[in-house]
Design a protein around this ligand. Structure first.
Ligand SMILES: Nc1ncnc2c1ncn2[C@@H]1O[C@H](COP(=O)(O)OP(=O)(O)OP(=O)(O)O)[C@@H](O)[C@H]1O
Ligand SMILES: [Mg+2]
Length: 303
């Protein structure tokens, strides 16, 4: 938790999520309890199918949780959903949550600046959103946000003409224009090359450090979690199996988390700048990392 943190931003208690009906029922989250403080930057790790995206979607109200007694999701102290029901305040609460997806979720044929402006629309009536009629101040705010992420020069191009890394920066600009103070980033770098990944992660760090945004970011790359996030929450088969400092994760915990995919994780660590030189040879129960997470974001604007 950084020095700005003072209150609980995300509060999750007794969350279960079941998909399907009758014999096709499948419970994918099993009693999740989690608290994340305002201003924290937390990595959500776990093998494919462990429930990361489902949890993210519960946190922004896109999935409803099971109607279990005591099940609640609160954002900034306000109930977002409780025992299977979304709060009537969901639109207002969501207006301060930005979700960033692996596949960017931009409207490709629309201009970049219009895609960004969509983030700042909550107070406007729906009809203005639908016809894309934004006040001039919204457009200015969007241009400022594009400047902050280093792609102001792309503002009037169609979103689909941008590279993947640029499109993800548009998604981050949308979060800035929205004025979100909670960023849920679901594998934001999974489709990006290493250089674009670095820029996107550094922008998230910057939002966290300079704007005191709370960031929950799901990642497949443990090395990236190590570099940018001081806390890890790890899911396995829909349960939290680790919640603590990134630096204290052990090799055996990682092996347990990723099962047969853990070789990939260790290959990933081999190329991590923050990796302990002893990682591969260390005892299974001592931490595989020997460095503090890097919090540098000075090169964010270099594009
Ligand atoms: N809409 C849905 N209907 C039915 N099952 C679903 C649905 N969404 C997710 N699941 C199932 O829930 C489980 C968890 O999926 P989820 O997408 O949350 O995992 P994940 O950790 O995000 O995986 P990945 O790393 O591959 O993105 C999986 O078994 C998945 O098949
Ligand atoms: Mg997922």
């Amino acid at each position: 938790m950084n020095s700005h943190s003072s209150s609980v931003h995300i509060e999750v208690a007794n969350v279960y999520k079941t998909f399907g009906k009758a014999s096709l029922k499948k419970t994918v989250l099993h009693g999740i309890d989690l608290q994340i403080g305002r201003g924290e930057m937390v990595a959500l790790l776990g093998a494919s199918g462990s429930g990361k995206s489902t949890l993210m979607r519960i946190l922004n109200g896109l999935h409803s949780l099971d109607a279990t007694e005591g099940a609640v999701v609160k954002i900034d102290g306000q109930v977002l959903q409780e025992s299977g029901r979304l709060s009537p305040q969901v639109r207002a609460i969501r207006s301060r949550i930005a979700t960033i997806f692996q596949q960017f979720n931009l409207v490709g044929r629309m201009k970049v600046v219009t895609n960004v402006s969509v983030g700042a629309l909550y107070p406007l009536p729906l009809w203005r959103t639908l016809i894309g009629l934004f006040p001039r101040t919204t457009e200015l705010k969007s241009l400022q946000a594009l400047h902050q992420v280093g792609i102001l020069d792309q503002a009037y191009k169609r979103a689909r003409s941008l590279s993947g890394g640029q499109q993800q920066r548009v998604a981050i600009a949308r979060a800035i224009a929205q004025g979100a103070d909670l960023i849920l980033a679901d594998e934001p770098i999974a489709s990006l090359d290493p250089e674009s990944s670095r820029k996107v992660m550094e922008l998230l760090v910057r939002l966290n450090q300079d704007h005191n945004c709370t960031v929950l970011v799901s990642l497949h790359q443990v090395a990236v979690a190590l570099k940018y996030c001081s806390r890890v929450v790890a899911l396995k088969d829909g349960r939290i199996v680790y919640d603590g400092p990134t630096a204290a994760l052990t090799e055996s915990q990682l092996k347990d988390l990723y099962g047969s995919d853990s070789d990939l994780v260790f290959d990933d660590l081999e190329t991590s700048p923050g990796k302990s030189k002893q990682a591969k040879t260390s005892s299974k129960d001592i931490p595989v990392f020997n460095t503090e997470p890097s919090r540098s974001s000075h090169e964010v604007y270099a594009s």
